[in-house]
Design a protein around this ligand. Structure first.
Ligand code: SF4
Length: 325
């Protein structure tokens, strides 16, 4: 796999969980699959996939009758679609639960849409009269996954075809991986401070509020055991990154970074960068254009601190994720 130096990652692939049917495995209720070209062709050079089909693990067989969620939308049960009195929830939970610890090394999960087991959201819950409740929910497996790993980046395959959502998911995956391997594996105050120092502008692009809170938290590291700060910071970080950054957030960060070139880059060149940032701000050009220009000058004339910012390359540039933002 090809990784830019700025990603700070080794050559090993990041491990993602995935609904098994998306990998081409014939595990669907009808004995078919939903092979995802995006995952199996585009992303497979960067990620290793751990396929998992909770319905097969639960012993429902392939092929099998279709399933649906029924009852209370806040606590639905899983049943056969043609026999809503059947309650398969216990069998499902009992079979899937022992597999959950095996997901400890994951940095993300890609789920199949519209499944009562794997769906991320908007899954119908049926009433006794056969009509669905207005309120939708997540599939049963997804609920279990999110309960055990609340900060794990999860996304539906279908949504990954949207440029902004794909960029955001992969950004979260890489950030989750770095934090897990660089900070949580050896939790010290120095590791946490170094990590934040490199991620300041990434956080700022997504949330000014989180950026300020993180700064305040790290200024008071002596008051509690370091483990509690690390958990708190990780939650703050992943929550801040949970939604794509807006054009306004990126513009703000680009201008801040440009400020660091004040003493080293001559006025005319700085003005050219500022003009390009403005073109991006008003929507005339994609993010990659001002970013490439700025990165060029940061590489040549920036301080170590600004060169180390993950914002400049939070994932391999070859993925082209900023080309359409
Ligand atoms: S959506 Fe989930 S439960 Fe259904 S076939 Fe795919 S992996 Fe199995």
């Amino acid at each position: 796999m090809v990784l830019g130096d700025k990603t700070g990652l080794s050559d090993s692939k990041i491990l993602l969980g995935i609904s098994a049917c998306l990998t081409g495995m014939e595990v669907r209720y009808n004995g078919g699959h939903c092979n995802s070209k995006l995952c199996m062709q585009t992303l497979k050079d960067y990620f290793e996939f751990k396929p998992f089909c909770p319905e097969v693990v639960a012993g429902f067989g392939t092929p099998r009758p279709t399933l649906r969620l029924v009852g209370d939308p806040n606590q639905p049960t899983l049943s056969y679609s043609d026999d809503t009195d059947s309650d398969l929830t216990g069998q499902f939970v009992e079979a899937v639960t022992p597999h959950l610890p095996g997901f400890d090394g994951l940095d993300g999960y890609i789920l199949m849409k519209n499944s009562p087991s794997c769906g991320l959201e908007r899954i119908k819950v049926y009433q006794e009269n056969g009509y669905a409740h207005e309120k939708r929910t997540a599939g049963l497996f997804t609920q279990m996954l999110k309960e055990r790993y609340p900060l794990l980046p999860v996304e539906e395959e279908g949504r990954l075809h949207d440029d902004a959502l794909r960029e955001n998911f992969i950004l979260r995956v890489y950030t989750h991986h770095l934090f897990r391997t660089q900070v949580m594996s050896e939790p010290t105050a120095k590791k946490l401070i170094d990590f934040h120092s490199e991620h300041k502008y990434l956080v700022m692009a997504h949330s000014q509020k989180a950026y300020k809170e993180a700064g305040q938290m790290l200024a008071n590291l002596q008051q509690r055991p370091i483990a509690s700060y690390i958990d708190e910071y990780f939650e703050l970080l992943m929550t801040a990154l949970a939604k794509p950054a807006k054009r306004k957030g990126h513009t703000n960060v680009l201008l801040h970074m440009l400020g660091y070139l004040k003493k080293t880059v001559e006025g005319e060149a700085r003005q050219k960068i500022a003009d390009t940032i403005e073109d991006y701000r008003v929507g005339n050009i994609p993010l990659i254009t001002p970013l490439t220009l700025l990165s060029h000058y940061v590489d040549m004339k920036g301080t170590e601190y600004i060169q180390a910012q993950r914002y400049l390359e939070p994932y391999p540039a070859e993925l082209g994720l900023r080309n359409n933002l």
